[in-house]
Write a protein of this length. Structure first.
Length: 132
């Protein structure tokens, strides 16, 4: 009895199978999503707790080492997850020669935003740490 293989006619003719490259991307999306759950709860709770605070109190809160580290982790995870999601959307819905440019632009924007957020967070933290 012949085993039935799910493969396109072109794939059978050329002998090519699955690219086997999608699992790592899928898995990283799941890992970043799970990491965003506690970080998102921490961030939302912190914003609610700081809602009545003035600017100096908020800056002092962000300058606390634990909050600085958690904010940097949130920014890295958030924009990494966003970059992965944008990649999937672009690969699925952009069907032109502009696809590579769209992928590069999305990746650049996500990592630039993460970098700017991290630098701003560290700038506030260093200012608080050196003032003490």
């Amino acid at each position: 009895m012949e085993r039935h293989r799910i493969q396109t006619p072109l794939g059978r003719a050329v002998g090519l199978g699955s690219a086997k490259s999608g699992f790592e991307h899928w898995w990283m999306e799941r890992i970043t999503a799970v990491a965003l759950l506690p970080l998102g709860v921490w961030f939302a709770g912190s914003l609610i707790a700081q809602s009545g605070s003035d600017y100096r109190t908020f800056v002092a809160w962000l300058g606390a080492p634990v909050n600085t580290v958690l904010m940097v982790l949130l920014l890295i995870t958030l924009f990494w997850h966003a970059a992965l999601g944008f990649q999937v959307v672009i690969e699925d819905y952009v069907h032109s020669d502009a696809k590579i440019w769209a992928l590069l632009a999305a990746r650049f924007i996500c990592f630039a935003a993460a970098g700017i957020g991290i630098l701003a967070t560290l700038g506030v933290a260093v200012e608080i740490w050196t003032a003490s």
